[in-house]
Design a protein around this ligand. Structure first.
Ligand SMILES: Nc1nc2c(ncn2[C@@H]2O[C@H](COP(=O)(O)OP(=O)(O)OP(=O)(O)O)[C@@H](O)[C@H]2O)c(=O)[nH]1
Length: 337
């Protein structure tokens, strides 16, 4: 069984709730879950003390974090929730310092570091810089200048180190991702990336989002290699990938499925739209010069990514159509009915 057949496979399966979750979702939910036992005891203590304002802030944070966990768990949407969580945390932390004084400034450090776990480094740095500005305004006149300067410098340094660490980790992650999922010759996604995207689409919950799968294969490509050499064949593959990029939308995803075989996930395209896309690509390749003095054509099989079927079935159907296009004389498009 290939990875396209396994919903919920992988490292985060135990938290998947039936589908494979992105790492970002899991980190956000864990961060929120961790904040509940960290804040709740203080909220209860403040309640017992009768410090109503502090207790309300703590309880509101606990409630907000619980809501975020439920929201992310149910919808899988984490981007806006990540910004909201950071703003809740920062606001709660600043209000607590405002209410109870500089003694609670220790909360600033974990709060600010947590932003780098769930946001892009530049966004986290921006929110934290605004938070630091508000903190200085809150504490100004309430603590000695030397004390305030120490807080500013230490908070600033913590942010600087967290930013550098988070930025470098992001760069390394992108490099690893590219090495694992990009085809080194053409720069489009590789087969592993295709399988991941198909599995993600199979678990996508928006019923109105329809997509189609195109499998493209160069016709008689062996002749190009035999006649002009392997390096010339490589150039043809690169030019074809470039042509596909130009003739697809930015939401479509292109992959190299095998040696001279490519796949396109036409996002948001039903069968008719996908058939027009395929026909346009076929015509564009037929009229382009991918190899001087040698006309090159492609054959394309198209299948509809029906949610009632599995990714393996979409691939098998598109492959069957591709085979039919080849059998029909090549330089042709066949669409699954
Ligand atoms: N240059 C180059 N050639 C490749 C690469 N991967 C596969 N090929 C070649 O692609 C050719 C595929 O040949 P076949 O499977 O016979 O297919 P074909 O000649 O395209 O014929 P049809 O698909 O039946 O139209 C072989 O010559 C492979 O060497 C690659 O990365 N670079």
């Amino acid at each position: 069984m290939s990875s396209t057949d396994k919903p919920g496979a992988g490292r985060w399966r135990w938290l998947s709730g039936g589908r494979q979750r992105r790492q970002e979702e899991v980190i956000l939910m864990m961060l929120c879950a961790l904040s509940i036992p960290s804040i709740l005891p203080f909220g209860i203590y403040r309640l017992l003390q009768g410090s109503w304002a502090s207790a309300i802030v703590d309880m509101a944070l606990v409630l907000a974090m619980s809501s975020v966990i439920v929201h992310v768990w149910r919808t899988g949407r984490y981007q806006v929730a990540s910004v909201c969580v950071t703003i809740f945390y920062t606001g709660g932390m600043l209000f607590t310092v405002y209410l109870r004084g500089v003694g609670l400034v220790y909360w600033v450090y974990p709060t600010m570091i947590s932003a780098y776990f769930v946001l892009r480094p530049s966004v986290a740095l921006t929110i934290n810089s605004i938070g630091l500005g508000v903190l200085v305004a809150v504490l100004y006149g309430r603590v000695e200048m030397l004390n305030l300067a120490t807080i500013i410098v230490t908070v600033g340094l913590v942010n600087l180190f967290a930013y550098i660490f988070s930025y470098r980790t992001g760069v390394q992650n992108r490099r690893l991702h590219n090495a694992a999922e990009l085809d080194f010759l053409t720069g489009v996604g590789n087969r592993r990336a295709l399988e991941r995207h198909l599995a993600e689409y199979a678990q996508e919950r928006r019923p109105q989002l329809e997509s189609s799968l195109l499998l493209l294969d160069l016709d008689h490509f062996k002749q190009v290699n035999d006649q002009y050499g392997h390096a010339a064949g490589d150039k043809v593959l690169m030019r074809l990938a470039e042509l596909m990029r130009r003739h697809t939308r930015s939401s479509d995803r292109i992959f190299r499925y095998g040696g001279e075989e490519f796949a396109i996930i036409a996002s948001g395209a039903g069968l008719n739209a996908a058939a027009s896309l395929a026909e346009g690509l076929r015509g564009a390749v037929a009229t382009a010069t991918l190899q001087e003095d040698h006309p090159i054509t492609i054959s394309i099989g198209v299948s509809y990514m029906d949610k009632k079927q599995t990714p393996a079935e979409w691939l098998a159907q598109a492959d069957k159509m591709l085979y039919a296009a080849k059998q029909g004389g090549r330089n042709a498009v066949r669409v699954a009915s």
